[in-house]
Each structure stands twice: as C-alpha cells, then as structure tokens.
Design a protein around this ligand. Structure first.
Ligand code: KIV
Ligand code: NA
Length: 264
C-alpha cells in the first residue's frame, strides 16, 4: 500500500482498513496482518502517556514512536499525526515537523482541520509529503469544541466539514479521516470528493474505517465508546495472566527446573 494504491481503492470500491500503532512490538504483530495502513496517532498522548487530551503529544514523541513502528512494521504504509500547533506556526515550521516524521519512517502525515492552514498543507504537498486531512471531531480542538462531542450536527459545523473536505481535496490531500459525525453527512462528503474518506464513528458509508488498536483489542479496561467494536479482551487476558503468575510465585510453582539453569 502506498499513496497511489490508497487513492485507487476508491475507484475500485475496495474498503481501506487502518489501525493505530505506537510501538515496535504491536507493529511486528500488525506487519503480519492484512491491515492496509498503520496510523501513529497523536492519541498516543492519551493511550500511552495517560494525558487527558492529545494536545500533549509533542513532535519529539511522534518522531520516537514513528521510528519504533517503522522498525516493527517494515512493510506497512505508515501515516503519522502532525502534533498540536505544528501547522499553525508557518510553512517553515510545518515542513520541518513533517520532514522529521517522514525521516522517522512515515509515508505520509495527517493534519487536523483546514481553516488557517491551507498554505501550509499546500506547501507540504508541493514538498513531496503526502498529506491526509482529518475533519469532524478533531481532538486537538478539544478546548474549542468544549469536550469530545459529535460534530456536524448544526449547520455551521456541517458547512465547515463539507467546505473543508472540498478544500482539502483541492489542496492535494490523498484522503480524509472523518471522526464522530452523523453517518448521513459522512456519506455526502464521501460522494462529493474523489479522494478516500476513512471513518471512525462516522457510519458505514466511508471508503474505509480506522480504530485505535487498544480500543479494538480491549487493551484498556475502560468501557469503549459506542463507535468501537471490541475484537479481543487483551487487557483482561493480561490481568488474568499476571494474577496467575503472582499466584505461581507465591506458591513456589514458578520457576520449574526446566525454566532454570543448572551447573554443567
Ligand atoms: O490519533 C488517532 O488515533 C487518530 C485516529 C483516531 C483517527 O487520529
Ligand atoms: Na490523531
């Protein structure tokens, strides 16, 4: 998968699958799956570092984790998130940040929103850096939105998303993530543009779907959002495994002779 085959998928009517990944161990697992692309999302600020929002993801964090994911998944298309405010400090800053992510192993970068950053997006595209857009519930706008809430329900928000999708396509983006918007709006956006839409909490009519790996795998124990489907309970499995380990240690059942070294 690369930017060209990604774009071709829409014409072929073949859905695109994407999951987030932040580290080399999971990247090695995902490299063996059929998933089309990996997203080093700035959600790592929350999932990996425990911050309340994604505004805490720094360029340094994004670079480190992108390098780790690339080492683990040499064969996958990797998209890395441009962190909070990296597009709002001018073209030179934006292209520097995006360049670091590409050098770290990303094939493309993803940016949230569109108003006020159109020149920067065009600059990245002209520099040969593939850019994916992200509209709807863009988590870097947490404070502006007054929390994590479904977008595109009122006319102003709907217009912002519809207009933005057209602008992002015109600026040369190769795809757009649509997050937490009504399914009907996601369908309209998907029909109006010729680049693929990747939905999360945006219904089934987008050109592809993305989920946070820790959500779909149940790594965290908290109750998932409505738009998440849990395919495994990894967190519960690890909890049970560790409790069994502790019991074995306490009871002296671990380690056995086979699990130990003897004198020659
Ligand atoms: O950071 C992230 O995980 C994302 C996806 C949810 C689209 O941006
Ligand atoms: Na993100």
């Amino acid at each position: 998968m690369n930017v060209r085959s990604f774009l071709a998928r829409k014409r072929q009517g073949k859905k695109i699958s994407m999951v987030t990944c932040y580290d080399a161990s999971f990247a090695r697992v995902l490299n063996e799956t059929e998933v089309d692309c990996l997203l080093v999302g700035d959600s790592l600020a929350m999932v990996i570092y425990g911050y309340p929002t994604t505004v805490h993801a720094t360029l340094e964090m994004m670079v480190r984790h992108t390098e780790a994911v690339r080492r683990g998944a040499p064969d996958k298309m990797i998209i890395a998130d441009m962190p909070f405010l990296s597009m709002q400090q001018g073209k030179a800053h934006a292209v520097h940040a995006a360049g670091e992510l590409i050098r770290a192993g990303a094939d493309a970068v993803k940016v949230e929103g569109w108003k006020g950053i159109e020149e920067e997006i065009a600059h990245l595209v002209q520099a040969g850096i593939p850019v994916m857009g992200h509209l709807g519930l863009t988590p870097q706008f947490y404070y502006a939105f007054g929390g994590f809430r479904v977008q595109g329900r009122d006319e102003a928000s709907r217009t912002y998303i519809l207009e933005g999708a057209g602008r992002l396509e015109a600026l040369g983006c190769f795809g757009i993530v649509l997050e937490c918007i009504p399914s009907g709006l996601a369908r309209v956006v998907t029909e109006r543009i010729s680049i693929p839409t990747i939905g999360i909490g945006a219904g089934s009519d987008t050109d592809g779907q993305v989920l946070v790996l820790y959500d779909l795998g149940g790594v965290g124990l908290e109750k998932p959002f409505r738009f998440v489907r849990r395919y495994a309970e990894v967190g519960l499995a690890v909890k049970e495994a560790v409790d069994r380990f502790v019991e074995d240690v306490v009871e002296g059942r671990f380690p056995t002779r086979e699990e130990s070294f003897e004198d020659e």
